[in-house]
Design a protein around this ligand. Sequence first.
Ligand code: MOS
Length: 725
Amino acid sequence: MKFDKPAGSNPIDRQRYIGQPRDRIDGPLKTTGSAPYAYERHREAPDAVYGYPVMSPIAKGKLIAVETDAAEGAPGVLAVITAAQAGKLEIGDMNTARLLAEYHIEHYHQAVALVVAETFEQARAAAQLVVVRSEREPGAYDLAEAQPSVTQAPEDTPDKAVGDVEQALRTASVTLDAVYTTPDQSHMAMEPHASTALWQQDTLTVWTSNQMINWGRSDLAKTLNIPPEKVRLISSYIGGGFGGKLFLRSDALLAALGARVVKRPVKVMLPRPMIPNNTTHRPATRQHIRIGTDAEGHITAISHLSWSGNLPGGTPETAVQQTELLYAGANRLTGLRLATLDLPEGNAMRAPGEAPGLMALEIAIDEIAEKVGMDPVAFRILNDTQVDPADPQRPFSRRQLVACLRTGSEAFGWQQRKAQPAQVRDGRWLVGMGMAAGFRNNLLSPSGARVQLEASGTVTVETDMTDIGTGSYTIIAQTAAEMLGVPLEQVRVRLGDSDFPVSAGSGGQWGANTSTSGVYAACVKLREQVAQALGMDAAEAEFVEGEVRAAGHSRPLTDAVVNGTLVAEDTIEFGDLDERYQQSTFAGHFAEVAVDIATGEVRVRRMLAVCAAGRILNPKTARSQVIGAMTMGLGGALMEELAVDTRRGFFVNHDMATYEVPVHADVPRQEVIFLDDTDPISSPMKAKGVGELGLCGVGAAIVNAIYNATGVRIRDYPVTLDKLL
Ligand code: MOS
């Protein structure tokens, strides 16, 4: 189905299932521990043995030799696999560095070997006996040091300029010029990267923890130099991804290589302390923001340049995306600067671009509003735009930022905030309120599904879409139930298998809208088959309560299934609506904090998010996404930081003991309000994404609240107490 004009009314609008706060249908499996994760495929791979990786001890240099004799002689060891034994390996399209080092070490903890043994303990013990001989070469690890020498945009991401920002800054009544920094961050998903690999002749099956089945499958095939048809990837349940599992990673490749050598299934889980340096992370940024306004507070100039680093061939963190679209202003400049660093690969982490971009921009807006002498909510409303500021012919499909801010102010009691900082005392605490706008683009990509109807009335949906803890199983079941008029309990959803139609996958908050749209498309086809079988007009037929109704007649749905089953498959494809209309999601984030006057300890007391993100398919799962994201934003504001050893080139705090994330006691009462935002331009579901929007702006809202509480303006994340004293 091609979606190339705004959706009219359709069966989804009935909202008998869609839009209802249904429990997650995979919930009982998760909470009873019976959902099989990639490392727990005891049934499919009962004779699996264990692989334990060996990682590079240096960040950059020559890999001279990997000495494996001692490990090979250790108890239980079946094989030690290095690049020398692995045969020729390609580099996947989505990978920057090799997943198994060959002659060069490209980053710290790059995999250099896999030890395979009968038990996990034997593999781990033998891995300590592998000797890695390498020769260190000088590398670049310090973004601050690299910044001054990087003055040009990368070729494929040129600066975007509108009007004359320099001239407008010179003539502005009020100006701001400040630098903000965000640190490297690690996804820290609950489930580590893990895979179980099984070869049957020349066919490879890998149960893995991956957000994007089709990317993973094609890159595993490419890396191994085998046809994609010979690779099956299965990710039925995933314990969190956050972007860290968008791509093929070393666990899957090493498991496949190990299983090929020992001729038994091999499972590999990356040990937690290896994950931050072996896999990807959100790169640090240094962001230079300049804003000019007239005397009334209208933005006349806005300039945002962002520096980040990456390995050769890596991409920049696109932290200026929101600045192109969030506020009006005739003169604008946005640009990215990319330094070559030899740290591990920087890549997507929840809301790549906007999350760190808004951490900076939304403090800057707070600062300029104060300089103008305006309330920060009023300042944002004054500078709202309903069109792409660079292309006034291009409207937003829906844009309810102002409504988010007004609703949030009202619900949060914003009028009680004292504009002057450090005015509110509660015992030893200074108390303040802050807010920020939230923004995240709505991305679209094709998504396929297969729907089957049995004579029993059971509906089965199959798609390679994944559920990374987000609720995909549930909203897909709700979609099929709505379209076919069957109870939710009658829908079986099978996900995350490369044998199923290719979906958009879980990434960039596009998954919910696009994967359910694919299911919608397949259901439209199935409805046509049903109507034809029943001699009814598909365009007119209503599918409801197990019946098909048209022209005053009603027939049981299952009457359409005469022999076996009815099956329909389709893929939703998106036309140029997202070029003609800017499609984005919006939020207002509000926070109240208390800061200890003696120690600088910050406690967040309340949080509120008001979201406008298209139709909300399931308010319960969507709310869970948003409060999870708000928690992540709290971590980003106050705790999260990969500490870089700028001499040796690695992330020092590479485990969960020293990489701090919020615990329950850190998280206050969180409220989420969804505005009615049904968007016929986004898809037949009229939905958008919400899982990343919930993070975008949260960090700045908290830091702005800290400023309001204390009068101390911090521009470097995270705001640890040493910066406040
Ligand atoms: Mo998201 S960072 O695209 O999983």
